[in-house]
Design a protein around this ligand. Structure first.
Ligand code: FES
Length: 149
């Protein structure tokens, strides 16, 4: 168990009620919930690893694989779609070489498809590392990714 995980665990009661807050905290600090983290949480809370996976997979917010350094989200909601969201997605797929839901082998980028960011007036939308970029084009998106390399 890493020192970081130990520090997180020790700030919570050894109660099953702590499970979700611990998972959120671990993901916030490590970017995802590793196998080691599940093992550590299981020992700390005395809850089986399968129960932890069971609870965590119920909530889509939790990820179990290491994400890329940059998380690229391309909106595919209706407003963005009609204004070129699909062309932007195609450009990103072509440029970084992965499909939505995947991470590049060098862990530089993860790509996600999102249904609507609630910023339809600025469509089409691309969000990189939680920064919202409005009125994007395939070219502008490619340039943005290039600057992050
Ligand atoms: S459809 Fe893209 S922000 Fe709403």
């Amino acid at each position: 168990m890493t020192q970081e995980l130990q520090t997180v665990l020790q700030s919570y009661d050894r109660s099953r009620d702590s499970l979700i807050p611990i998972l959120q905290d671990v993901q916030g600090k490590l970017g995802y919930i590793s196998e080691d983290a599940v093992k550590g949480i299981s020992e700390y809370l005395r809850v089986s690893q399968s129960s932890i996976y069971g609870v965590a997979t119920f909530y889509t917010q939790f990820r179990f694989t290491r994400p890329g350094d940059h998380i690229v989200r391309v909106c595919q909601g209706t407003a963005c779609h009609v204004r070129g969201g699909q062309r932007i997605m195609n450009e990103v797929v072509k440029y970084i070489g992965i499909k939505p839901g995947e991470t590049t082998p060098d862990y530089k980028f993860s790509l996600e498809r999102v249904a609507c960011f609630g910023s339809c007036a600025l469509s089409p939308i691309v969000v990189v590392d939680d920064i919202v970029y409005g009125r994007m084009t395939p070219q502008k998106t490619k340039q943005l990714l290039k600057e992050m390399e």
